[in-house]
Design a protein around this ligand. Structure first.
Ligand SMILES: Nc1nc2c(ncn2[C@@H]2O[C@H](COP(=O)(O)OP(=O)(O)OP(=O)(O)O)[C@@H](O)[C@H]2O)c(=O)[nH]1
Length: 369
């Protein structure tokens, strides 16, 4: 039996990774998929809710695993191979078949250590029948220039890609797209670059790539992972723009230590108008020159609106930098406890956690006037 491919889906906060996973899960390709989610909202169940499988019961998702308690490139790194092994074992013992594994990393993950772990454990994985198939990196065309100038994560994610999906093409002009494509090619000249809106891509450039086939790796012919492996020379043009200088650094230096996650939970139904006012102040604070050192890079959440009381409706919050949307989420249960959950990722959040929670609670209709 051919080994099961593991596709690592990476990309900066809000680039469109979950949107891509959803697209793969809902596209008509006839494959069955196991999904491993490693995301900041996982502990609140927000991320899983955002991944929507086919509604008609003909589900493409065969297995779900959430890797909580940290980022797969550092704190939960050791559990990745174990997780994959468990999936494969379960498949063998239960006959629940899947054709490939999608691993969605956090938006701050460095795919290097992830790919390296799959590489190092190559033989164990191969015995059980899994192999790293490709690293697919989502790039938010409307924000990537800012992201590259502010930290290292975005450039590392591009550097490790076999395929770069230049997403959110609807938000930028053709001229800007050309510039961004050049920027991406300057960081990783070897990767395939494809353009997309809402992560709609030809699945032929994502799945079954064989991009990191074992034979290729052992012969050292694949450039993709070479940078982390001292014994294999990187292909010319692979490491560019100073990316190589991060490759041998401790992980603590790879992660931007100033970026933190805050999870807020508030009971009761929210007043959507009040919530939007609170959110806008939060997202636009820095932009408006508030000078309070608070910057929200990403927000997501599940909300229970006052006007939805007595129904099974739940709303989903999504924000990337200053832009946000509140949309209809998958339905819950009539009469379920209205527990609003908001995950904020950004700078300067930790010291203001209490204030942020108070702000969210004040948007509920049960809050004291
Ligand atoms: N305009 C526009 N919005 C998009 C596009 N792709 C995704 N989005 C929106 O961008 C937001 C973030 O998308 P996600 O797929 O959740 O991003 P992500 O990379 O999984 O985010 P994290 O896991 O938090 O890092 C959502 O509100 C999406 O609906 C696109 O091509 N154009």
């Amino acid at each position: 039996m051919a080994p099961t491919g593991v596709t690592v889906v990476t990309g900066f906060l809000g680039a469109g990774k979950t949107t891509l996973v959803n697209y793969v899960l809902n596209a008509d390709h006839g494959y069955r998929v196991a999904v491993i989610l490693n995301d900041f909202g996982a502990e609140l169940g927000v991320e899983k809710m955002l991944v929507q499988d086919k509604p008609d019961g003909d589900n493409a998702v065969e297995e779900w695993v959430e890797l909580n308690n940290g980022c797969v490139c550092c704190t939960v790194k050791g559990s990745l191979v174990q997780t994959i092994d468990n999936l494969l074992e379960k498949r063998a013992s239960t006959g629940r078949k899947f054709d490939f594994i999608l691993l969605e990393t956090t938006g701050l993950a460095d795919p290097g250590p992830v790919a390296q772990e799959l590489w190092v454990d190559d033989e164990i994985l191969e015995e059980d029948g899994a192999v790293l198939d490709a690293v697919v990196t989502l790039v938010d065309a409307s924000n990537i220039e800012r992201q590259l100038s502010e930290g290292k994560e975005a450039s590392l994610q591009i550097a490790y890609a076999d395929t770069v999906v230049l997403n959110k093409c609807d938000l930028v002009s053709e001229r800007d797209l050309e510039r961004v494509s050049e920027l991406v090619a300057g960081i990783n000249a070897e990767a395939k670059i494809v353009r997309s809106t809402r992560s709609v891509v030809d699945l032929g450039v994502i799945l079954n790539q064989g991009a990191v086939s074992s034979a290729g790796r052992k012969a050292g012919t694949r450039p993709t992972l070479a940078g982390d492996l001292a014994q294999t020379a990187p292909a010319p043009g692979f490491w560019a723009r100073g990316v190589e200088k991060y490759a041998s650094r401790p992980l603590s230096e790879v992660h931007d230590a100033s970026i933190r996650t805050v999870c807020l939970v508030a009971d009761g139904r929210i007043d959507v108008g009040k919530f939007e006012t609170w959110l806008e102040e939060l997202l636009w604070e820095r932009g408006a020159g508030g000078g309070r050192q608070l910057e929200v890079l990403r927000a997501k959440g599940v909300l229970f609106a006052a006007e939805d009381e007595g129904t099974d409706r739940r709303r989903v919050l999504q924000a990337v930098r200053e832009v946000y949307e509140i949309t209809e989420g998958p339905p819950g249960r009539v009469g379920e406890r209205p527990l609003n959950r908001v995950v904020l990722i950004g700078r300067g959040l930790m010291s203001r956690e209490e204030e942020l929670l108070g702000g969210l609670k004040a948007t509920t209709t049960t809050a004291d006037a």
